[in-house]
Ligand binder design. Sequence first.
Ligand SMILES: Nc1ncnc2c1ncn2[C@@H]1O[C@H](COP(=O)(O)OP(=O)(O)OP(=O)(O)O)[C@@H](O)[C@H]1O
Length: 758
Amino acid sequence: MADSELAREREYVSALYERLDGLRAEAERELAAVRRESVGGNHQSRSERDAFAQVYEDRIRQLRDVGERLAFGRLELVEPDENGSALRYIGRLGLRDENLEPLLLDWRAPQARAFYQATAATPLGARARRHLTTKGREVVRIEDEVFDAGLLEQEGTRLQGEGALLAALSAQRTGRMHDIVSTIQAEQDRIIRSDLSGVLVVQGGPGTGKTAVALHRAAYLLYTHRERLGSSGVLVVGPSPAFLQYINAVLPSLGETGVVLSSLGRLYPALEATHDDEPAVAAVKGGAEMAGLIRRAVRSRQRVPSEPQSLDVNGETLVLEPQTVADAMHRARESGKPYNEGRVQFVKTLLGQLTKQLAEQLKRRGTTVDDADLAYLREDIRTAYDVRVALNTAWIPLTPEKLLEDLYARPQWLAGLTGSWSKAKRELLRRERGAAMTISDIPLLDEAAELLGDSDPADQAKRRAEKAQRKRDLENAKNAIRNMGVAGLVSAETVVDGFAESTVSLTTAERAASDRTWTYGHIVVDEAQELSPMQWRLLLRRCPLRSFTVVGDVAQASSAASTTDWGATLTPLIGEGWRLEELTVNYRTPTQIVEAAEWVAEAAGLRITPSRSVRSTEWPVEAIETESDEELAAVLIDLVDEMAGEGGTTAVIAPEALFDRAAAVVRERFGADSGVGAAGLARPIAVITPAEAKGLEFDSVVIVSPAAVVAESPRGASALYVAMTRPTQRLALALAPGEVRPAGLPPVSRQGTGFSES
Ligand SMILES: Nc1ncnc2c1ncn2[C@@H]1O[C@H](COP(=O)(O)OP(=O)(O)OP(=O)(O)O)[C@@H](O)[C@H]1O
């Protein structure tokens, strides 16, 4: 049967490619025709033409990007479906023939669900599932699962499409994460297709596919809720720029380009924080009590003078009473506006009062004052030096940056605001003006910005005008889409983003990333255990609808401000309204390495989520002792040489204390084949810190001095656990001179576990 079935699938898939090529050629012809149309016409007709061109360009890109992995699965149904067919092909996008009969189902369509979730116990209307493995455009292998009693017995331990899955898992890594659409497992699929609303927390040990699931969920949600999420956008937050570089090809490969990817240092527009504070400082800055401190700090910049003030206005003396200031302040605060906008009202009120005072003073001396004069008097008052000083002293315009700098640089002011803090704790915040903002400052700036609002009223007006223009453009685009009959194929947002005439030519994603007040339709947070309460507050402001996918592993928490208990972190912020899912199968790391990492973690008292690995490796975990720095360097070079010789990617994970030396040794020996930090991820050999290693994976990993990795990190054992769970094939520990192997690693080879002692 195999040969004839293979031939049959080859024929079907080849017909799919023919259709794909045909559709692409058609779209290219249409695009050329639109482009040939003469330029000119009014805004409406230009918009329509742009909309046409945009639709075709998007379609061509989508059809081209699917590349050589168009179809990967087939479901055989018990009963023919509504189209009269008992076979349902699943692929990266949906295709129909000339008569609009379905040829291929998008993996995200509801009818494709059974491909991922059907089991012998719950076959979901399917008789069998087939995985197609292709090379280029040709099917080279098929793998069948028939949902009969035979399968039922093995259920529970079964992986779906085991051959295809294991082939994907054992493949050499490239330094970039790939999509997993063809081999998504049932427990993952259920999470991917879970409801859009609410906060979904996905907990799982290292390598259980949390990142993969989070990204596929983003693609699924965008497909299923295109209308809503197309306009509001989806934000994906990862721990570091290196991590974002690692994952940034996944969503485009799934046809989704409109997602904003951001690291924690970039969540405040127009600023990129690349460094973080010392752990103890970051822990204070990340604590929820900082929100109250910032509120008090803002409030303390509004001051009622204790004495009446005499103000000179072009030789006239006006008196500003404390009560007048207090009343104006009270009224402005009552309006509920942010600080800087409230100040505009405060200044307006006081200028009005002072103008009245001056006019009365002049009238008393017999001068007539009409309405036109009042405007001049007001302007004289507004520009008078004394008045400016008095109003600014009472309520100074503030930027978030200035507020934070002052808070750190003025110990007395800080002390006045933090009576219950110890002196030592306050000292941690101390910093001179002009220092670069850190990653932990980002949520504080955002918190301050929220309270302060725009400092320049002109900015507010500009923003309102831009929003109004975009609203008009969207209306035009919706009309154009209706007129063209392409509803569902393209969103109005995509079309507007492509308008040449649009006042601001930014995509929805760029617009969202550059606007602090943008609210997203959904937020995905990866390595979410790393987030401090202040970072959570920032993200919750970015998505008031509280639609979140939060993935992480509390055992991998690396700092004092990170989460070690989802409930303790989330419940105070959002109440009980979040749901938890768990992933239990380790797809990355072979059994031997998982065991070693878990033993070391447990010996250090770390509470880990055990996971079941799906494969083993031929390589034992090595721990190599050294007696001198020279020997350590030589061991490192030998290991990397051997590992890199196997092909794929190799990482040297080195603690800060030994980082420069390790990087220099590797660079000297391997030159351009190696790179440091994020830059190394595109090379065969990367030298990175334990913090940078978070979320990444490599074929082989050497950890330099595990003891130093533990010693340097606030949650030491967790940093080592993260580092040890990065490899897909091979792990070695290069111990520093005098260092003993980590507790928990067996001292001698163990039967069946493949440990070696060197
Ligand atoms: N169903 C699957 N099919 C193929 N590969 C998979 C599948 N699930 C996960 N993987 C692969 O397993 C590896 C680990 O996945 P991922 O990085 O998402 O794990 P993680 O849980 O986020 O790990 P960590 O907590 O260490 O960051 C990746 O290479 C991913 O592509």
